[in-house]
Design a protein around this ligand. Sequence first.
Ligand code: NAD
Ligand code: DAU
Length: 357
Amino acid sequence: MRVAVTGGLGFIGSAVLRHLLSDIDEDTPEVLNIDRGTYAATTGAVAAVSHLANYRQANVDIADGEALRTTLEDFEPDAVVHLAAESHVDRSIDGPGEFVRTNVVGTFEILQAARLEAERRSILDQFRFVHVSTDEVFGSLTMDAKPFDETTAYDPRSPYSASKAASDHFVRAWHETYGLPTIITNCSNNYGPFHFPEKLIPLMIIKARAGQPLPVYGTGDNVRDWLYVEDHARAIVGALRRGQPGETYAIGGNAERSNLEVVETICDLVDEAEGDSVGGRRELITFVKDRPGHDLRYAIDSSKAQRELGWKPSVDFTEGLRRTVDWYVANESWWQPLLDERYAGERLGTSAGEARR
Ligand code: NAD
Ligand code: DAU
């Protein structure tokens, strides 16, 4: 099998590549990592596999249709796993244009390039296109509502989730109209190694270690359903190998936590890791102005994926968070250059209303 993975220098794409190239229970595919190398990309995330003979990398922008077509023609994939995206909600509030360009136009271009390549080699029916999407397309749950599943109506509320919802609709249209065998996964919040330090969990670990204020948006009561990134990678590969064309799969960790609970637990784990008395770092928690349009709660019912993909989450949240804190403590050489050169930990996403593309 030859698999083109987009966004493989990012947090989840790199976990997919590490899984695809090290899973001894399955045939190892030839992979091509298509990544433009934005601020969110690091080669460190694929260092464990990038030396392998069946790994290749192409520095291509998915919004550049011509370059994509040449790249796929040259690689001749049997499948595309599409993860490349602008992924941070706060950045989408400050500058939505890039989200439309990559997430909407880029998804259109990779769909079209995949379709043309499959048709060129007369393998359309056997081809697979896995589109990695998010639970945020379903909007915001009240505290007592039942979790999202595959039947939930779309109701995106941020520029990021609107761009992902649009991309999901394009994927569905390429299946219905052109017969491209597409599979969509909608997953909840991931956490784990190589998570860019703009996101809640890595940002709080790094700030807590440094003894800096820990900015919790609003009241801290917003709830997310957390999934360890390697479990998500297994679900995506499960969808590639066992998913039904035209189907969607909701993926989640069964681990709903309020943001305040998450940050408090991180404080205690960092206290422990640093050998300090547990509880001290909770003093750093600072409630700050809320994110505009902040979704209250996400939660996923993943029973269809568990039934049909033979998948289930394997790392529980307490264990996963401990592993993650330990990983950040041990891997300062990965994240410190990112703070020095790309993002210093400042507040993002407060410029709603300021005109900026
Ligand atoms: P990330 O921001 O860590 O990585 C994105 C990668 O895509 C980067 O390596 C970047 O260089 C690449 N990229 C961005 N624009 C590109 C372009 N125009 N051309 C080529 N490459 C480009 O993102 P992530 O957290 O790993 O998310 C991956 C996918 O999973 C996204 O589609 C996201 O919507 C989805 N998702 C993320 C989560 C989560 O919790 N992080 C949950 C559910 C779904
Ligand atoms: O649900 C899946 C989505 O999860 C993915 O599609 C996105 O790509 C991914 O970034 C993530 O989106 P969130 O907005 O939920 O993640 P983030 O880490 O930005 O924020 C998690 C929660 O923590 C959210 O309620 C906002 C809050 N938060 C975040 C930051 C960065 C804070 O309270 N303080 C912070 O400093």
